[in-house]
Design a binder for this molecule. Structure first.
Ligand code: GTP
Ligand code: SPV
Ligand code: MN
Length: 598
């Protein structure tokens, strides 16, 4: 039982002398009134201790030490399984700064409202202080965050997803106040009392009422995208929802590419893909699978750093054929959230290798058989795995300057309209293609799945300021680049009349990447359409693909009638962002309409 509360929360054992950090932790402890404060150091001993505690409390279920050594299963509250965009706020001093793309609350009002919920919220509980670093140690671009949380699950996930503990305190030093102030409490997981509030002007995040990934692991979407995009605009760089991959061509030359796809639209898979036998001279390596911080290097090229240290990946659909590297990542030391469990202590999800087992325990903890009407694993079930488990981790993953980028790819999940690949005519047109991108909603966020919405640059839920200003920021980057990388739009998800995907996807996407890189190198031509540049017949390597020329045509074709409808739908975005939409984007739209309607 807690002794004297003041004594319990005194910080004589804090592993830092930084007065700004100590004062803030003390202030937050006064507000939330935990029984204990535990500073996390990121050590192996700490991991063992917290894991045991989590198992004792039923937060983690140990999996078979033979089948999944060091792995655990977590079952979340069934009402807390995905990001909640309607409960996510950007609290800038003026509503205009957050833009029509964000929910907004006045910062004073938000601090007061959430402050009431946080008051005494950690009574009887432990407050963990998690110092973490987003970005490689020693990199001038890395950012320090401190997350205060009452969730052991959050601590253990942050330990995988970030560089956590001593390294972050050392980076911060004894005097600096330059750290993100993250306060998180699970409370009673009541969606009525769930808020994820960002205060970019204070470098602060307050999240309450959810234990789910993007809502609770504050380094990820909250800091590395929403807050970082805001800082990036002020400081002249970009924080993007992008994977980073390395591609070594058959001649042994290395290229790096970033790609932005919305949540559950293929980033992790593309970043880890295995080229098909017909393209076996190619070698793919992963730098990052979700977030990219982009800066202009001294050489005038665009350079990308992955701020994360692990993967929080979608489980369903992952198997040894579609993504063997992700399967290797989760062989050991991974945390699974909301997947199904087998009789022998292994995990299972829809789309894993082989037949569904005859008996399972589903993600809610109920018995499940192949006859059951509900999925065994939640459609947004996830794995958290250390980046270092990845057999194809790029050797530069810890480089402080990142990697120079040869091409930028945008892509959505579209059953119709959008062809397999096209290239923009130039930078501004590329920004337009990214800005007007549409995608079908997925299980990664609460709400109806499968509805097409505009998701500019895959950043709709993650841009920490006005989206029109964000497009303007992208446009301005061009002038500072000596070699602006070419920009592409892709779609792996187009469907035929039979409702099946036209393109086999996964490793076969290497064929598209090969064309993208040939275009970037200027070694292949293209044919010009009103919408953009596309592969000429025969340019896309289809050897061994097993598709008829007609099927390839269906996947790659452009139907101007469909694009007429698409343009109308894009118009809604333009109306919404009217106040700040850059003239260049408006003009691109007018040009496109003129080209299509002539
Ligand atoms: P977040 O982690 O939410 O950001 O998702 P993500 O963008 O990393 O998507 P991920 O690679 O995890 O893929 C999401 C789902 O789409 C999984 O079920 C994949 O199996 C499936 N998927 C990924 N790539 C392809 C593809 O090329 N074709 C098809 N048909 N499905 C794909
Ligand atoms: C996404 O939804 O884009 C994710 C999962 O990567 S989460 O971290 O929860 O946002
Ligand atoms: Mn992913």
């Amino acid at each position: 039982m807690p002794e004297n509360r003041a004594a319990a929360t005194k910080q004589s054992d804090a592993p830092t002398n930084n007065p700004k950090l100590l004062a803030w932790v003390e202030e937050m402890a006064k507000l939330t009134q935990p029984d204990r404060i535990v500073w996390c150091d990121g050590s192996e001993e700490e991991k063992q201790r917290l894991t045991k505690d989590a198992v004792d409390k039923g937060i983690l279920i140990p999996l078979s030490p033979e089948k999944r050594p060091g792995c655990y299963l977590h079952r979340s509250d069934p009402n807390d399984v995905a990001r909640t965009e309607h409960l996510t706020f950007v609290c800038t001093r003026t509503k205009e700064a957050s833009g029509p793309n964000n929910n907004w609350m006045d910062p004073k009002e938000a601090y007061a409202k959430l402050g009431k919920l946080f008051e005494g919220s950690m009574k009887g509980r432990t407050m963990y202080v998690i110092p973490y670093l987003m970005g490689p140690a020693g990199s001038p671009f890395s950012k320090v965050g401190i997350e205060l949380t009452d969730s052991i699950y959050v601590v253990l996930n942050m330990r995988i997803m970030t560089r956590m503990g001593r390294v972050a305190l050392d980076t911060l030093g004894d005097t600096s106040g330059d750290f993100n102030r993250g306060l998180h409490c699970t409370l009673d997981l009541d969606p009525e009392k769930r808020f994820i509030c960002h205060f970019p002007e204070d470098n602060t995040i307050w999240s309450i009422g959810s234990g789910y990934g993007g809502n609770a692991l504050l380094g990820k979407k909250c800091l590395a995208l929403r807050i970082a995009s805001f800082l990036g605009r002020e400081e002249g760089w970009l924080a993007e929802h992008m994977l980073i991959l390395g591609a070594e061509d058959p001649q042994g030359k290395k290229h790096y590419v970033v790609a932005a796809f919305p949540s559950a639209c293929g980033k992790t898979n593309f970043a880890m893909m295995v080229p098909p036998p017909a393209l076996k001279g190619w070698k793919i390596t992963t730098i990052g699978d979700d977030i990219s911080w982009l800066r202009i290097g001294k050489d005038g090229r665009l350079w990308a750093v992955n701020p994360e240290n692990g993967y929080f990946g979608v489980a369903p659909g992952t198997n040894k054929k579609t993504n063997p590297n992700a399967m290797a990542c989760v062989e050991r030391d991974a945390i699974f959230t909301n997947v199904a469990m087998t009789k022998d202590g292994d995990v299972w999800w829809e789309g894993m290798d082989g037949q569904p087992p005859a008996e399972l325990t589903d993600w809610r903890g109920n018995p499940w058989t192949p006859e059951s009407k509900t999925p065994a694993a939640h459609p947004n079930s996830r794995f958290t795995a250390p980046m270092r488990n990845n057999p194809i981790l790029d050797e530069t993953a810890d480089d402080s300057e990142g990697v120079p980028i040869s091409a930028i790819i945008f892509g959505g999940r579209r059953a119709t309209t959008v062809p397999l690949v096209m290239q923009s005519f130039n930078w501004a047109h590329g920004v337009y293609l990214g800005a007007t991108m549409g995608s079908e909603t997925t299980a990664a966020a609460v709400g109806q799945a499968g509805v097409v919405r505009r998701d500019p640059m895959a950043m709709l839920p993650f841009c920490g300021y006005d989206m029109g200003d964000y497009f303007g920021h992208w446009l301005k980057i061009q002038a500072r680049l000596a070699e602006p990388p070419p920009i592409f739009l892709v779609n792996w998800f187009r469907k035929g009349p039979d409702g099946k995907f036209l393109w086999p996807g996964f490793g076969e996407n290497m064929r598209v990447l090969a064309w993208v890189l040939a275009r970037a190198a200027g070694s292949v031509g293209a044919s010009e359409t009103p919408l953009g540049l596309v592969p000429r017949p025969g340019d896309l390597d289809t050897e061994g693909l097993g598709l008829t020329p007609e099927q390839v045509k269906q996947a790659t074709s452009i139907d101007l009638a469909e694009w007429g409808t698409e343009l109308e739908s894009q118009g809604e975005l333009f109306t919404k962002l009217e106040r700040t939409l850059p003239a260049a984007i408006r003009l691109e739209r007018e040009l496109l309409i003129a080209r299509i309607k002539n």
